[in-house]
Design a protein around this ligand. Structure first.
Ligand SMILES: C[S@@+](CC[C@H](N)C(=O)[O-])C[C@H]1O[C@@H](n2cnc3c(N)ncnc32)[C@H](O)[C@@H]1O
Length: 208
């Protein structure tokens, strides 16, 4: 672990911190402490009212965002039924059910069929699909809205800091394509940050 990452202390509700620890013990997917802190910093600064999340897992990042924002509502998509059900139960236990709209399905189909406008999109689903989701995410994001994509540097493989294992070339190529696309996009201003496994923050601006 790098020196800076080892200094990070997660600043969230004690119950959420405890749930994260048990999820990590079970090796269930959760974002890094550093990433969650930065996500919470982002939502507390921007105060989005409508949030879209791709990749609910058991609802920890969703619950953390909703607990930080009493006026926000979350739409969150998960493909794995067992995780979707666990997330629904967790939102219920946190008293957040009325503000958490959980959708079971493949994000590609769900995004395609989704309407409305979101202030913030937390993209934390299958990494190889980020680029495929981009047109729908841009359609759903309001002007001035923020797209927060996690795991874009993936263990330093994407930046080239760490050699890419043979089996991972395809996912790394897809993430590089995603970073290239959001960086070149006339309607997005993107920063790539070396936080956790890498975060790309894109703000949607007018193309004119
Ligand atoms: C990194 S985890 C999400 C972690 C969660 N956001 C958190 O921090 O607590 C990624 C999730 O995306 C889900 N996923 C994978 N492929 C998907 C797809 N095609 N559509 C929707 N969800 C998918 C996985 O089942 C997994 O739960």
């Amino acid at each position: 672990m790098e020196y800076t990452a080892s200094l990070v202390r997660l600043k969230t509700d004690a119950r959420i911190a405890a749930m994260r620890e048990s999820a990590k013990d079970r090796r269930d997917p959760v974002c890094a402490d550093e990433t969650l802190n930065y996500l919470l910093y982002t939502v507390k600064s921007l105060r989005p009212r409508r949030i879209l999340e791709i990749g609910t897992a058991e609802g920890l990042s969703g619950a953390a965002m909703l607990s930080a924002l009493p006026d926000a509502v979350l739409t969150t998509v998960e493909i794995d039924e067992a995780l979707y059900l666990r997330a629904k139960k967790n939102f219920e236990e946190f008293g957040l059910s009325s503000r958490a709209h959980c959708i079971l399905g493949d994000a590609a189909d769900v995004l395609n069929a989704l309407d409305g406008t979101f202030d913030l999109v937390f993209l934390d689903g299958p990494k190889a699909q980020y680029l495929k989701y981009l047109p729908d995410i841009k359609r759903l994001l309001r002007e001035g809205g923020v797209l927060f994509a996690d795991d874009v540097l993936l263990y330093g493989w994407v930046s080239g800091k760490v050699p890419v294992p043979q089996k991972r070339h395809s996912i790394v190529a897809k993430l590089r394509e995603y970073l290239d696309a959001v960086s070149r996009d006339e309607e997005l201003i993107t920063s790539v940050l070396d936080i956790g496994e890498g975060v790309a923050v894109s703000v949607k601006v007018s193309s004119k």
